[in-house]
Design a protein around this ligand. Structure first.
Ligand code: PMP
Length: 381
């Protein structure tokens, strides 16, 4: 199988699996226990926290382990809002945030919090002028993703940090898609809180963290004594050790980013050449290196995914499934893309397992399958 769905999840690295098996079989005590095995678990937790902090460029005390990015995002928004001054009751969200995060925005709005959305331009980039106009003395928090999971478009988080801080608000960044794909350094970034998820960079699912700048007030959302009282619940040590191992394995992210950008560019150029009806969204703006979001004319994504499946290629649609069938991606809709085009969206996300041979195979096999569908007259000659 050729796996081109790395933005959805990645295969755990063998060293990650090994680290987790080792912890599950030997360091299984509760890190809060006073006895010897408990202290071993506590030491392991501290070592994993130190590794995570070193790789992310933050202090160990700034790491709050969570069950993934969805929880980290919730903790950041609800926890920072609850700790903000009572005069600050407005929250700004990016309009193309991850769907789970937008559900949180809708839930907050339904509970009486004033929520505003920072729009994007037709190329998928943030409309900075519109974002600036939404800032104000009543804003507690701005929540913006670092990179979009569908288009791969990078968001101007440093500029938005400047805008938020000038208005006296905090900035939370959902860096789930960026960390592991592009260099990241918490100390150098402008955000007050950053979410990440281990399964996006060859770590385990159900493991993530909120990195919160030291001394930033936060009201815990799952009270308990763990994580310096910021997130209760017995620590998931195997997952935490797996995440630390995955971060340690990353090495020089920029080298891999270059490799993936080259492969992605070859793939896109080849598809455009063989199938001129191909349209690639956000091609000319700064994107994640391995993400390609495209449509082949207006061929339904189901048809394309079916052909890809036949070829042994796993990819993803941009549409969200609902009880009424498929709905166009909220990201493309926010970019002003009409529904018929958005329903043709296919996401190819390259990653650590992607090779030149994979790209060549796709370029050799996919166009002959799709061309007759795009030129129905050719099949009848
Ligand atoms: N934010 C973004 C941008 C994502 O891509 C994802 C995962 N698709 C999440 C949040 C949710 O992460 P998790 O699976 O760790 O809850």
């Amino acid at each position: 199988m050729i796996y081109l769905d790395h933005n959805a999840t990645t295969r755990p690295a063998p060293d990650v699996v090994q680290a987790m098996v080792n912890v599950m079989s030997s360091i299984w005590a509760n890190a809060s226990s006073q006895h010897g095995p408990g202290q071993d678990a506590k030491r392991l937790l501290a070592a994993a926290r130190a590794t995570v902090a070193r790789v992310l460029g933050c202090k160990p005390v700034e790491v709050i382990f969570t069950s993934g990015a969805t929880e980290a995002n919730q903790l950041a928004v609800r926890g920072l809002l609850a700790a903000a001054e009572p005069t600050r009751r407005r929250v700004l969200f990016g309009s193309v945030e991850h769907s789970a995060h937008l559900r949180l925005a809708h839930a907050l709005a339904a509970s009486g919090v004033q929520v505003d959305y920072m729009p994007v331009l037709p190329d998928g980039t943030l409309d900075l002028a519109a974002a600036a106009a939404l800032m104000g003395a009543d804003v507690a928090l701005v929540s913006l993703m670092a990179a979009n999971n569908e288009t791969g478009v990078l968001m101007p988080t440093d500029e938005v940090a400047g805008l938020a801080h000038a208005a006296g608000a905090l900035l939370h960044v959902d860096a789930t898609q960026l960390i592991g794909k592009l260099p990241f350094d918490f100390a150098a970034c402008g955000a007050d809180a950053v979410s990440l998820s281990a399964h996006k960079f060859q770590g385990p699912k159900g493991a993530g963290a909120l990195v919160l700048r030291q001394d930033t007030p936060l009201v815990p959302q799952t009270p308990g004594s763990q994580e310096r009282k910021r997130r209760g619940g017995t620590e998931n040590l195997p997952a935490i050790a797996g995440m630390a191992a995955a971060l340690e394995l990353l090495g020089d992210v920029s080298l891999e980013a270059q490799r993936l950008a080259q492969l992605r560019d070859v793939l896109e150029a080849g598809l455009l050449h063989a199938l001129p009806q191909t349209h690639i969204w956000s091609r000319d703006v700064e994107r994640l290196p391995g993400t390609s979001y495209l449509r082949f004319g207006q061929l339904s994504v189901d048809v394309v995914l079916q052909r890809l499946d036949k070829l042994g290629v796993a990819a993803s649609s941009g549409a969200a499934c609902s009880s009424n069938g498929s709905e166009p991606s909220h990201v493309l809709t926010a970019m002003g893309v009409p529904a018929n085009e958005a329903l043709a969206a296919v996401r190819l996300s390259l990653g650590h397992s992607t090779t030149v041979a994979d790209v060549n195979y796709l370029l050799e096999t996919l166009p002959p399958l799709l061309a007759p569908l795009l030129h129905p007259e050719l099949t009848t000659i």
